[in-house]
Each structure stands twice: as C-alpha cells, then as structure tokens.
Ligand binder design. Sequence first.
Ligand code: ADP
Ligand code: MG
Ligand code: ZN
Length: 473
Amino acid sequence: MAYEIVIGLETHVELSTKSKLFCSCGGHSEANEPNDCVCPACCGMPGMLPVVNKQAIELAVKAGLMLNCKINQYTTFDKKSYYYPDLPAAYQTTQWFNPICVEGLVDVETSIGISKIGIKQIHVEEDAGKLVHTNDSSLVDYNRTSVPLIEIVTKPDFRSAEEVISYLKTLKSKLQFAGISECEEGAMRCDINISVRPEGSDILGVRTEIKNMSSLTSIEEAINKEAIRHIDALERRTEVLVQETRRWDDVKKRTFPMRNKETAADYRYFPDPNVMPVVIDDKWLQEIKDSMPKTIDEQVERYMALGLSQREAAAIVSEPILIELLDDMVSKDIDVKAAAGWILTDYLGILKKNNIQAKDIALDGEKLAWIIKTAQSGEITRNTGKTVLSAVILENADPKTYCEQNNLMVKTDLDLIKKVVVKAIEANPKAVEDYKAGKEKALLAIFGFAMRELRGAGSPDLIRQILLESLAE
Ligand code: ADP
Ligand code: MG
Ligand code: ZN
C-alpha cells in the first residue's frame, strides 16, 4: 500500500528584543558570566510582578503579519506548570487561551510546485534557563530564562521533508527580513509532529513528536527515518505506534522514545493572574503595520510614485545602502528625481572610479542634499557639485566649508565678472575677430577663458550676458 506522510511543525524562535519578556534584564546575548542578566522577576521569585515587553508584542504581531495571520487584538498569558531545575518559577508563562496570532498561510516552494501551509497559531512565551552538566555536578544559568520566544504552530499540512525544509528556509528569511529574529545558528528549534496514512485517506494517523531539532540535515533525515518506522509498524506490525515524544539520535540515525506525550491537562494551563491582558487597539496595530519593512516590489512602487523611472527605482532598490541614502534625503524634502540621478550617476561614478564599496564609506544624506540644493539654486555649478561630492566622499569634507575655502560659490558679483570678461576679450583677439565675422562658436573660447579665471565658479548666465553686451559695443 502507498502511504502519505503528514507533518505539523512547532517552531520556536527567539525575538530580537532589547530586554526579556517581563522585566528589564538584557537578553542573554549581552551576558558575559552565567547569571549576570537576572532579577527577581525573571527568576520567578514569589511576589514579583511581571510587566509585558511591548517590543516583544510588536515583533510577534509582525511575525503574524509576515505569515498572513489574523491578529488577536485581545491577547492573554497563561501558566504552563511543570517542574524542572531550569525553570525557577515551576511554570512557564505562555499563551494558551488567546494566542496573539491565528489562522495564517505561507506559500512554500518545492520541486513539484507551490504548497500552501496553514499556520494554526503563533504564541509568545518565555524561554527556560540552561543546565550545565559537569563531572560531579549540574549548574544552572538563568541568563536565558524568560527571554521572549514565539512558537509558530502549523497545521498538519506538510507532505514531505522537502516541504518542511523549504518552509523553514522561507520562515527564516521572512523573520530576518522583518527584524523579528536574528535566527542565529541553532536558535530556531522545532518539534516535528509526524504520522503516516494510506494515500487517499483523510483520517490522521497516530503521531509522534520529535523534539528540539535545529539542523536542517538532521530534520530531513529524522523525518524520513521516522516515516519508515511508522510505515513498517503499520505494514509489517513490527511494533504498535503510540502517541509519544521521541528524540533524534544523530549518531545512530534513528529516533528513541523520550516520554509519553503529555496532554494539555498535565500542564494545568491556567490564566496567569499576574500578567495583564494585552489590548492591541486599531491605532497601535496600524502603527505596527506601517513599520513593516517594504518588499522589493513595494520599494520599487514607492519610488516610482515619487517620480523615479522603473529603471532608476530598481537600481536604488538593488542596494540597501542606496535606499537608506535616498530615504534620508527624501525626509529632507529634496527633489527625489534629481537626488536619484546624483546617487546613480555621480555618487556611484565616483565610487567606481576610486574603487570604493558603498558600504565602506558612510555618505551623509544631509551633505549630498546640501550639494544638490545648492546646485539647483545656482549657487554652485553642476560641475562644482561633482567636485565637492568627490571631496565629501574621499576626504570626508564638509561641502559648505569646502566650497567657501576653495572659493567655489558661484560669483554673481557684477564688477568682478565685468573685469574678467574684459580680460578674456583682451586675451583672445583671434576669437573676438572670428565671432565678429559671424562664427558664433568662437564665443565658447572667450567664455571658457572667463570661466577658468573664476575657477569654474562664475555664474554662466551672467558671464554670457556680459560677454555678449561687451562684444556688441
Ligand atoms: P498539542 O496541543 O498536543 O501540541 P496541537 O494540536 O497543537 O497538539 O498540534 C501540534 C502539532 O502537531 C501541530 O503542528 C499539528 O499540525 C501537528 N499534528 C497534529 N496531529 C497530527 C498528526 N496526526 N500528524 C502529524 N502532525 C500532527
Ligand atoms: Mg503544541
Ligand atoms: Zn529579569
């Protein structure tokens, strides 16, 4: 008989918050010594009063939005009671009755196409501490205790290890993209619930749960091995399948029973009377939505709405550093189209010519904005702007000071320009003669001379005007 594998995942990820879930202790990643990020609240001392970390709620909502979930705007915390030395309060605060996100959906791509994986729920909970076993004793480190996690629970929608692996990769990139979790190596841990059933059946088989898996290679091996064990049990009656928790042995390449699967009743789930319900009102929810990072397509659309061409928008969006630079200037009320031109042509041109990577120098949007605005108002010429930008990039110059010190502001001083024009006419008798004989182009030579005298910083309009007047006399 042909069998179908059915898998549901429960994935734990640590949220990128500054502090723990119910107190102001820093996350364990800030810890230097065991137990140096702890306080009475995270150590579960009697009488402590937990306060919910707002950032953890926001990140969990963002995770829900990334996974197309419904957000429960009224969400509560519950106690899950069990005893273990890494859990000082003898209960974990988690969400059982009103999890923060429910009913999501993620697209997962595999070699046979796109599968839709349902998300049953996402709930927020605290991590446990860490036990360190030495030869003659066991030590406990509470730095990780009460660090915020989300647990993402899927529906039993996976049909192969390939789908599971693809889901985990997609999940990781979504969570990292939205700044929800750094998903460091080993920090994404999942419990794999697996059963098999005759192909075509819509009844779920007896499932086992393989706990605490993090390496993708092991996850794939464990799923395939466990499925074979289930099928053998059904086909050849090698054993009787029971619902239980198992662990994967990476050396022996098989699963071993850990304990009978606990039921919810064993944990005595109970509303935690110390933690106030969290109400996410419409305004707050909208703020969280607005703070979600844009996808590439959304970014391109946003820039096109600001007046950029598709090509310009795509070029900016291809480099996060360029997005940052342009957005910095947009907030300074700049002509966005001109700014994109300066970034893509002048800025990138200077970098390329000098063999510098954008990420190696931090160009201050304010400085570039000053150059663009000053060039647009005619106080410096376009060419001068480019020279100044080079100095800003290569010498970290301040553009305004640089222009003043090098006498680069456009000269609009009439007397000065008249003097220079007289000098230019005297120095170019041949060109003057040609011009008067009807060769319009000869004017360029005289104009160029005058501009050079002013080190490129004369007002081109004024020079031209005075030059024409003088020649007409
Ligand atoms: P529990 O409360 O016992 O942990 P849940 O209903 O929350 O059970 O399910 C836990 C996970 O197990 C979910 O990801 C779910 O999709 C998956 N699951 C449930 N039943 C099965 C089954 N028969 N086969 C495979 N996965 C299952
Ligand atoms: Mg569960
Ligand atoms: Zn604490």
